[in-house]
Design a protein around this ligand. Structure first.
Ligand code: GAF
Length: 385
């Protein structure tokens, strides 16, 4: 895990200035996939993997960005910042600067160091962690404070408007607003949320298929477009359905025959996933873990078969977990087409579960998966030394 003191020294040694240091976590989503951009419900938790951002002011009008992960430094002129992404890690901090400048903030020169241990391309929101940590760092430098939900929206805009990935609000929201030992049942329409306590004897076991996930790839956008096409048909009939959040399974029975077959399936996933997500929070509140597990299993089936958002390896990772002692529920988490599964596991079985699942997966695919036993961590904040 990250060592903030070493990170602080690294910034100090490189830039000869004391940094203000911020941390923003990655996330795992317990249930509610591809529902955020349909203004529906999601239930993510922040995790221990995180990005650190250290910032100090400069007097030469330069913005200097350093990534410890890439061991690379890039220098820009604060008065003439890039306005377009270039498929480089600097897109994220540059996007933060661009969005903040667009909001009317004057951005002075600064030095920014970045380091993170959220596994890249694994569906655990390394980009959101990077955006949120940078956003906190830059806003603190310029003396602006945004409430958590507003900060999350600005970070989503970095992704949508600068980086060019058409994601929803979930990842940035949970990174900015996570609560230790809780998942958040987030209503992506008005950003209100309810804390869903994760019992202390339940571990979040995250199993990485090692198949790279990317929301910038075409599949995420295609699925989104297919589900939105179904929504438009329903809205054309009865109005008041700007998003699939407003649609029902009965709508699909009535007008599904007018939809392209794939659109109908995508919409069925999104509408039923919303229902499952709300139900899962209720079950968690009641301590009914059997029901949580059942909903997760149904969610995975829907994600894999109706949304076609899974892959052979993720389906296998879920299947291989089923009869292991301690499993409560397992499903593919995040944007899909690779990445990680989330397994809710009785804590006393978690270590053995992780080992056995890894062994089974390796035996099947010849790939050693990274399996992490995590707990729900708090959201982004400044680190004091
Ligand atoms: C990715 C996106 F960034 C989120 O907004 C969300 O749509 C998720 O995929 C799927 O639930 O993480």
């Amino acid at each position: 895990m990250h060592d903030p003191a070493a990170f602080r020294s690294l910034h100090l040694a490189r830039f000869h200035a004391e940094p203000a240091v911020f941390v923003a976590p990655g996330r795992v989503n317990l249930i509610g996939e591809h529902t955020d951009y349909a203004e529906g419900f999601v239930m993510p938790a922040a995790i221990d993997f995180a990005t650190l951002a250290g910032i100090s002011p400069r007097t030469d009008g330069k913005i200097v960005l350093y990534s410890e992960n890439y061991t690379e430094e890039r220098t820009f002129d604060a008065a003439a910042m890039p306005t377009k992404a270039s498929k480089h890690w600097t897109d994220y901090p540059l996007g933060v600067v661009a969005i903040l400048a667009g909001e009317g903030n004057k951005i002075p020169g600064f030095s920014l160091s970045l380091w993170g241990d959220v596994p890249l391309g694994s569906g655990l929101s390394s980009s959101a962690a990077l955006e949120v940590a940078t956003m906190l760092a830059v806003t603190s430098l310029i003396g602006v404070t945004y409430p958590g939900p507003v900060l999350a929206r600005l970070c989503q805009r970095v992704e949508n408007e600068f980086v060019g990935a058409n994601c929803g609000i979930m990842d940035q929201f949970i990174s900015a607003n996570g609560k230790e030992n809780h998942a958040l049942l987030l209503d992506c329409r008005d950003l209100s949320f309810k804390l869903a306590p994760i019992p202390p004897d339940v571990a979040l076991v995250i199993a990485n298929t090692m198949v790279k996930h990317s929301i910038a790839g075409g599949d995420y956008a295609t699925r989104r477009a297919e589900s939105e096409a179904a929504c438009a048909i329903i809205n054309g009939h009865r109005g008041g359905v700007p998003f699939l959040r407003d649609a029902t399974l009965e709508d699909l029975e009535k007008w599904g025959h007018e939809m392209a077959p794939k659109s109908l399936l995508r919409a069925r996933h999104v509408i039923s996933e919303n229902l499952r997500t709300v139900a899962a929070e209720k079950a968690l509140e009641k301590g009914d873990l059997v029901e949580v597990g059942r909903l997760m299993a149904e969610a995975h089936r829907s994600y894999s078969e109706d949304f076609e958002g899974s892959c052979v390896e993720a389906d296998a990772m879920v299947a291989l977990a089923q009869d292991l002692p301690g499993l409560i529920g397992a499903r593919l988490t995040g944007g899909g087409f690779g990445g990680c599964t989330i397994n809710l596991v009785e804590r006393k079985h978690a270590a053995a579960f992780a080992e056995a699942l890894g062994a089974r997966y390796t035996a099947k695919f010849g790939i050693v998966p990274q399996i992490h036993v995590c707990h729900a961590s708090g959201g982004a904040h400044r680190l004091e030394f």
